[in-house]
Write a new protein. Structure first.
Length: 289
């Protein structure tokens, strides 16, 4: 979930809005890992006497929305206190996780008023429905990376698909998803599906498809920077694998190492494996007497 600011029929406390004069609402979140769960700790920071009083009286409550697009998991956490926790099963979280904070009304507020309203609202009361948003605390994007061998395997962060429309073009690469999407023409995709049914040919497919895609990814980040990609699952997986070689996925590494060398490191010298796989197939095809 990404917060989309909109117009409300009553004043809402939010960063960047001018409905309030000197009030503020922000929050902090910390993440720790249990045996089979991820624990979130939330600290609410509210500066507004009237809304604080509403929280204490039970007329309003803090609400946290946690969403993981990869797994489809959505969680709502409610509290009246400024510090609270929530544990979520590790299987329900993977990759980018969005955490948003709100303060909402717990009941209908027929005459909502606040001393810190903008002077434009002086002397005016507002009707707020139960569940109506009173304050928006912003959002955090976290990257929950499962500590499993599957996630560290680079091919697992690629998805190979066919062009949406029929086209006779070279492969396309889309980095703006949780997995790097490699699109092939119809004929190439059909051939890929046929060949991928033989595990012996995996190193060959990696050398032909994954290596060029990785080179493209590294060259793109070298030219554009890493900032736009750091929240994606594939970025975390690549960074984790490079860390084993004492390398960081940052500007220094990208500018001082050849993209082809980086790609080979990630796949553990796939060219040698690909040639060995082809040689093995050739040997298997020879007639014996």
């Amino acid at each position: 979930m990404d917060i989309k600011y909109k117009l409300y029929p009553y004043p809402v406390l939010a960063e960047g809005a001018d409905d309030f004069v000197s009030s503020s609402f922000t929050f902090e979140t910390a993440v720790s890992r249990g045996i089979r769960e991820i624990k979130f700790s939330f600290t609410m920071k509210l500066k507004n006497e009237e809304i604080l009083a509403m929280l204490e009286q039970g007329d309003a409550e803090y609400l946290i929305h946690i969403e993981c697009p990869v797994t489809g998991c959505r969680n709502i956490v409610k509290s009246h206190t400024s510090f609270f926790t929530k544990s979520i099963s590790e299987k329900d979280l993977n990759g980018k996780v969005s955490v948003c904070a709100f303060i909402v009304a717990k009941k209908d507020l027929p005459a909502y008023i606040n001393k810190d309203f903008n002077t434009n609202y002086e002397g005016i009361t507002f009707f707020v429905d139960r569940g109506g948003i009173l304050a928006i605390g912003g959002q955090y994007h976290l990257n929950v990376l499962k500590d499993t061998e599957e996630l560290a395997r680079i091919p697992s962060v690629f998805t190979i698909c066919k062009y949406a429309a029929n086209a006779d073009e070279s492969m396309r690469i889309d980095m703006e998803q949780e997995k790097i999407a490699i699109s092939l023409s119809d004929q190439s995709f059909q051939n890929y599906k046929l060949l991928s049914g033989n595990p012996i040919l995996f190193p060959v497919l990696h050398a032909m498809i994954i290596i060029p895609a990785l080179i493209y990814v590294f060259e793109t980040m070298r030219n554009d920077g890493t900032e736009d990609y750091e929240d994606y699952r594939w970025f975390a997986a690549i960074a984790k694998t490079l860390k084993k070689y004492g390398l960081a996925l940052d500007e220094t590494t990208l500018n001082h190492m050849d993209s082809y060398d980086l790609a080979q490191k990630l796949l553990d010298v796939p060219i040698d494996k690909a040639l060995s796989a082809i040689a093995a197939l050739d040997d298997g095809g020879e007639d014996t007497e």
